[in-house]
Design a protein around this ligand. Structure first.
Ligand code: ADP
Length: 398
């Protein structure tokens, strides 16, 4: 029997997972899926590496089923699906590693306590990440689990990139810019080292454009600056999040509009961004299809803001050699890429219409001063690689 590793990304009502078997040349993607509707109408869908549906299951009267009960069923399914493989470890995306945790770590009691203390910094994500770890500990206490932090890739940036212009005592308490999407950026940096080592060694902006969106400025494969800050609200306009905003607006909403902190949280995380500006949808594909002029306005603002933030990162890098697009919009949407690249033409970037329309790996023209690439991200694989790297012995074991 050979080993398998599971990557887990647990949210409030859904758990995304991917299953990797262990080949001599690293983890091999065997299946991926999602348990969604937890707390309402749970549904488990998983597909194999070719996209064929392996399981599509709903639970009758499943509203009362906990994360733990559903994870139990997920494990049972994985055991049936891969009878010749033994799950040797679970890797988790944990959104916040705070100031202390700069690399993936094997979970123990002390780590869980330390990560609980970071929950107030990411109240919408961290508690759910940790709840999944605890649920699996209850189901399989001896199974090694590894926490992989979304903040870790940005940990070693210079002080100027992490500090708000606030009194020092607040910075020392942890009120600083952390940055997120680190597992995606790390995967891109790794992949680029393999496919284009020269660019990997240069000055690069990676645009992770999905429902959540951010940019990362990298020099020699290391994060120098990024658009997300203390929380994943900062920076770019996103599907439902506002991105950077004058903090005076929040004071105004509190004192003049009489909004509660909970209402403001809902506004900033769930009702703003593409959805708020268009009034149509948070989904870029739906906005392209819509004939509502506000949809076009939302798309225009999205690319304007992305180019504006990219301009700031060019300054942080002291120039630019390349740009990489990734995640749902970055990998699949030629209109958005073209618009952002046109707004960055002053850098010497020109893209080839046909290559861009085909989502080709390189979309810049041969005479462009800046190389533009499209690289599909794979955060789950990054988690699996880290998980194997942290296990006590090669190939690990219980
Ligand atoms: P998440 O942050 O939830 O992981 P994704 O990376 O899946 O988000 O990105 C979701 C966004 O990507 C949506 O706005 C969606 O419209 C867009 N998207 C996904 N697939 C495509 C596609 N094939 N063409 C254009 N846009 C796409």
């Amino acid at each position: 029997m050979s080993g398998a590793v599971v990557s887990i990304n647990a949210g409030s009502s859904s758990i995304k997972f991917a299953l990797f078997t262990l080949d001599t040349d690293g983890p091999r993607h065997a299946a991926a899926g999602k348990l969604e509707g937890i707390g309402t109408a749970p549904r488990l869908v998983a597909r194999d590496a070719d996209g064929a549906v392996l399981v599509d299951r709903s639970w009758n009267n499943g509203a009362g089923l906990t994360h733990e009960a559903l994870l139990h069923d997920l494990f049972a399914w994985a055991g049936d699906h891969l009878p010749e493989h033994e799950i040797i470890a679970i890797g988790h995306r944990v959104v916040h590693g705070g100031m202390a945790f700069a690399r993936p770590l094997l979970v123990d009691d002390a780590l869980l306590t330390a990560l609980d203390a970071l929950s107030p910094l990411a109240p919408l994500h961290q508690p759910h990440n940790l709840a999944a770890i605890r649920a699996i500990r209850a189901l399989a206490p001896a199974l090694p689990q590894v926490a992989c932090f979304d903040t870790a890739f940005h940990h070693d940036r210079a002080d100027s990139a992490t500090r708000f212009a606030l009194p020092r005592a607040l910075h020392d308490k942890g009120i600083r810019r952390y940055g997120f999407h680190g597992l995606s950026y790390e995967y891109i940096a790794r992949t680029l080292r393999e496919i284009d080592p020269e660019l990997a060694g240069g000055r690069l902006i990676v645009a992770h454009l999905g429902n959540g969106a951010s940019l990362c400025a990298m020099r020699e494969g290391k994060s120098v600056d990024t658009t997300m800050g203390f929380t994943a609200l900062d920076g770019l306009m996103m599907g439902t999040r506002c991105g950077n905003i004058d903090p005076g607006v929040l004071l105004h909403l509190l004192t003049q509009e009489g909004m509660s902190s909970g209402e403001i949280e809902t506004l900033l995380y769930q009702q703003s961004g593409l959805l708020g500006v268009s009034g149509v949808s948070s989904d870029m594909r739906a906005l392209h299809k819509s004939e509502d002029p506000h949809a076009a306005e939302a798309i225009d603002l999205f690319t304007w803001r992305a180019a504006r933030e990219a301009g700031a990162l060019v300054s942080s890098l002291g120039g630019l050699d390349g740009i990489v697009f990734t995640a749902g919009i970055g990998e699949n949407d030629p209109i958005i890429r073209a618009s952002i690249c046109e707004r960055l033409a002053w850098t010497g970037l020109t893209i080839d219409r046909d290559l861009n329309a085909r989502n080709a790996p390189v979309i810049s023209r041969p005479d462009s001063r800046i190389i533009a690439r499209v690289i599909p991200t794979d955060e789950e694989r990054m988690i699996a690689v880290h998980t194997l790297g942290v296990l006590p012995a090669p190939g690990g074991g219980r």
